[in-house]
Every structure is written in structure tokens, then in C-alpha cells.
Write a protein that binds this ligand. Structure first.
Ligand SMILES: Nc1nc2c(ncn2[C@@H]2O[C@H](COP(=O)(O)OP(=O)(O)O)[C@@H](O)[C@H]2O)c(=O)[nH]1
Ligand SMILES: [Mg+2]
Length: 221
């Protein structure tokens, strides 16, 4: 009875504990020496084509270098891994980022990866109205594939360096984020403005959620 009531919380908790145990087994000395707890998070970068998903992912991964001037369409799901230390805590969040292609022909294939998402960064291009509408659709699709309340979302309006071509106001972006109880920021990957913001916020929110579930779990025993 108790198990059924808290089934979702318990399975979420076991998943998180499993993650921590796995990383401690792989890096026992590192973990013991620094007392860092590493949490793993499956993070999706979603949105239309050519809005800067791969650029954001690669720039974040390479600590701010390598924004390609050429456009290479992502035709597969690229996986990039990077850890973010959460300041003032003992936690580090390892982002396992799924950089997804946006073309319809890949959509069914890509949606197979959507389950067990922990974090989502949904992007649009502030100069492109269609990408803003599609951002909403991508969020709907991924949330449908995951249990309610299990995914933390962040909405990003990219390309603020193209201010004179802006079609989507900051307020509209904030409105979309509110609809999904997500955080929001605008950025320019090209000018390297605000690109760490989504990752820092998501790492902090993920850590808080982990701690809240630990507390909740211990209150049950
Ligand atoms: N002006 C401008 N161009 C950008 C920005 N971010 C990415 N781009 C360019 O937009 C194009 C598509 O980027 P990409 O990351 O491949 O988009 P994706 O299809 O969403 O993965 C590339 O030519 C990038 O150089 C930005 O902040 N400002
Ligand atoms: Mg891409």
C-alpha cells in the first residue's frame, strides 16, 4: 500500500542513488578526496533547425571556444558530457547532453530517446517566429513522454546579437517559460553572452530536487 502510494518517488530516488553509487565506484578516490557527490542528469537540447543548439552545446563543452561559422546539420543524436560544480554545495552535476536533430524525418527516431529525461533546454531564435512556436511543441512532446513533474525545463531565446531583426520579445519568451514552470534567459552564443546561465540554473535546480527527494524519502522511514 505504502509502496504503491510512493511508487513514483521511490523509483525516482532509486534512480538517483544508483547514479551516485555508479560514479563513486568509478571514481572512488576522487569522490573520497574531495567529498563531491556527482549526480548524473540526462539533458535534452530541443528546438528547430539552425537556432544554435549544437553551437550552445559545443561552446559550453569547450569552455567558450569553437563556435563554428558554418552550419553543419545534426543528423543524429550527438551526446556530449560535461560536469558543472554547484557553488556552495558538495554537488557536481554531470550533464549527459543529447543534441538532437530537428528535421521531421528524424523526429520519430529522436522521440525514442525522450524517456527518462531529467533536464530539458528548449531553444528558439529570437529572430524567427516559427522557431518560437516549435519550441512550445518540442516541450509538449518531451513532457508527454515523461512522468508529470519529473523534468526540469529551461527556455532559451538565442541570437540576441541580431537585436535589429528581433521578432520575439523577451516578455513572450518569459510567458512561454512560465507555461512550463521553466526558467528563462536570452543569450547570444555568437557573442558568448549568458551561455553558462542555463547550465548553472539547471544544475542548482537538479541538486535541490535531489535533496528534496532525499528528505522526503527519509521522512517516510
Ligand atoms: N548570429 C548568431 N548566429 C548563431 C548563434 N548561435 C549559433 N549561430 C549560427 O547559427 C547556425 C546554426 O547553428 P547550430 O548550432 O548548428 O544550430 P542547430 O541546428 O540548432 O544545432 C550556425 O551558422 C551558427 O554559427 C548566435 O548566437 N548568433
Ligand atoms: Mg545541431
Amino acid at each position: 500500500m505504502l509502496f504503491h502510494r510512493y511508487k513514483q518517488e521511490i523509483s525516482c530516488m532509486l534512480k538517483l542513488i544508483n547514479c551516485v553509487i555508479r560514479i563513486c565506484c568509478i571514481h572512488p578516490f576522487y569522490s573520497l578526496a574531495t567529498m563531491t557527490t556527482v549526480l548524473h542528469a540526462k539533458c535534452f537540447l530541443l528546438g528547430s533547425s539552425a537556432i544554435g543548439k549544437t553551437s550552445l552545446c559545443q561552446t559550453f563543452h569547450n569552455d567558450g571556444t569553437n563556435l563554428s561559422k558554418n552550419y553543419n546539420m545534426t543528423t543524429n543524436v550527438d551526446i556530449v558530457v560535461k560536469s558543472v560544480r554547484v557553488p556552495g554545495t558538495r554537488y557536481s552535476v554531470e550533464f549527459i547532453m543529447f543534441d538532437t536533430p530537428s528535421k521531421d524525418c528524424y523526429s520519430e527516431f529522436v522521440q525514442n530517446f525522450y524517456s527518462n529525461a531529467s533536464l530539458v533546454i528548449a531553444l528558439y531564435d529570437i529572430t524567427d517566429t516559427k522557431s518560437f512556436e516549435e519550441c512550445n511543441n518540442y516541450l509538449e512532446q518531451i513532457l508527454k513522454k515523461n512522468p508529470k513533474g519529473s523534468v526540469i525545463c529551461f527556455v532559451v531565446g538565442n541570437k540576441t546579437d541580431l537585436e535589429e531583426q528581433r521578432k520575439i520579445s523577451k516578455e513572450e519568451g518569459e510567458g512561454l517559460a512560465r507555461k512550463y514552470e521553466a526558467e528563462f534567459c536570452e543569450c547570444s552564443v555568437k557573442d558568448m553572452v549568458n551561455i553558462d546561465n542555463p547550465f548553472q540554473h539547471l544544475a542548482l535546480s537538479f541538486t535541490k530536487k535531489y535533496e528534496a527527494s532525499l528528505e522526503h524519502f527519509s521522512s517516510l522511514t
